[in-house]
Design a protein around this ligand. Structure first.
Ligand code: PLP
Length: 383
């Protein structure tokens, strides 16, 4: 099976990640921060090392690097924890439901409101002018995805960050599709809330996510409980970062995530990984574009930066197409990709799209074989 669904979660995981997970379970699977014995200390050390590595990788502070269970959890903590009664948020037209739905709920409960900024993929200037028009006195945050999980569009986060700074807004980024692929630095890029999964481009196991935040914001907790510290206190300890991590942590996931970060380094870093994926998508765009009947969503991102590609065949539902591809040995995602705003904006809400998202483990040959298979399906040679 050729796996091309890395936007959902990366697979396969690198061997070093599997080894780290196994070693953790075999040798020191104790509860970090819940005991003074040697095994608990080793577990706590592993958590600390991964936290430190994440902070260094993304230019954040160790104390403001919080383990979550996935990117959705990190986004919920960022939004619900930071927004106050009456606040207004601007989000992009390419947001995942992980951003849209928490805000819909806050809006329905009259706690906060939001507006959608129509991104112009071709003009940052137009995007900024549109953002300006959405500003209100109560606007407190600009929150955007870095890369669209449907179309691969890369948002101009440095320009948007500058805009946010100029207008005194907090700037949040959903890095679900960019962490581990594009260079990101909390301080340099002026990001206040940086949310990411550990299980996609960072190669950690599922059940991992991270929120890094700047010293301009300190979210409220979403959950209270045991933190392994100040156990006699009735109130939630206000100690960073443990105050956000009540309950037992996903130690094996965190051990694997640490190894995932080291793996990225061993590949030559995000630049090398990005270059590989961009080249694969460039090849795919080229090979698919010869299919006359295809709808290729390739004008929402420049070839130089695209790592995710969506397409459809007009007379075949995307689910049927993906199922035919599955029967022929290719794993891709079809349908709506949990991104209502993006599908509505780009007219793909009728049938959705087939999405291809390669990783460092895919080869050009696999991509060429995939395109050949799509061509055969389009010509009805595969039914
Ligand atoms: N944001 C974007 C852009 C995504 O693509 C995804 C998942 O695909 C998420 C958020 C949610 O990530 P998770 O599944 O880790 O909660």
């Amino acid at each position: 099976m050729i796996y091309l669904d890395n936007a959902a979660t990366s697979f396969p995981k690198p061997a070093c990640v599997l080894r780290a997970v196994q070693q953790c379970q075999f040798c020191f699977g104790a509860n970090p921060g819940r005991g003074g014995h040697k095994l608990a200390a080793k577990a706590a050390e592993t958590v600390f090392e991964t936290r430190q590595a994440l902070a260094a990788f993304f230019g954040g502070d160790v104390q403001r690097t919080v383990f979550c269970s996935n990117c959705t959890h990190a986004i919920n903590l960022a939004l619900k924890g930071s927004l106050k009664q009456g606040d207004h948020v601007i989000i992009s037209s390419l947001e995942h439901n992980a951003v849209l739905r928490p805000l819909e709920r806050l809006q329905a409960e009259h706690k906060a409101s939001y507006d959608v900024l129509q991104i112009d993929p071709k003009s940052t200037r137009t995007t900024l002018e549109r953002a300006q028009a959405l500003l209100r006195p109560e606007t407190r945050m600009l929150f955007v995805t870095h890369v669209s999980n449907v179309f691969g569009t890369v948002l101009p986060i440095r320009a948007l960050s500058l805009f946010a700074k100029t207008h005194g807004l907090l700037f949040g980024v959903d890095a679900a599709q960019s962490a581990g692929v594009l260079d990101l630095d909390l301080k340099r890029d002026g990001i206040d809330l940086l949310c990411m999964p550990g299980h996609k481009g960072l190669f950690g196991p599922m059940g991992t996510g991270v929120l890094l935040f700047s010293d301009r914001v300190q979210p409220e907790t979403l959950m209270e409980g045991g933190t392994g510290t100040l156990s006699l206190e009735k109130q939630q300890p206000q100690v960073l970062p443990e105050m956000y991590e009540s309950g037992t942590l996903n130690l094996t996931g965190i051990a694997g995530l640490g190894a995932g970060l080291r793996f990225i380094g061993s590949c030559g870093g995000t630049k090398a990984i990005c270059a590989h994926e961009v080249e694969l998508i460039r090849t795919l765009r080229e090979d698919l574009s010869v299919i006359r009947s295809i709808d290729l969503y390739d004008n929402l991102c420049s070839t130089a930066a695209q790592t995710v590609l969506s397409f459809s065949l007009p007379d075949l539902g995307s689910e049927t197409l993906a199922s035919l591809l599955d029967s022929n040995g290719f794993a891709v995602r079809a349908g709506y990709h949990c991104a209502a705003l993006a599908h509505t904006r780009y007219d793909t809400a009728a049938g959705g799209t087939v999405r291809v998202s390669p990783s460092i483990f895919n080869t050009k040959k696999q991509i060429k074989n995939f395109a050949f298979c799509v061509n055969q399906i389009a010509m009805r040679k595969i039914l």
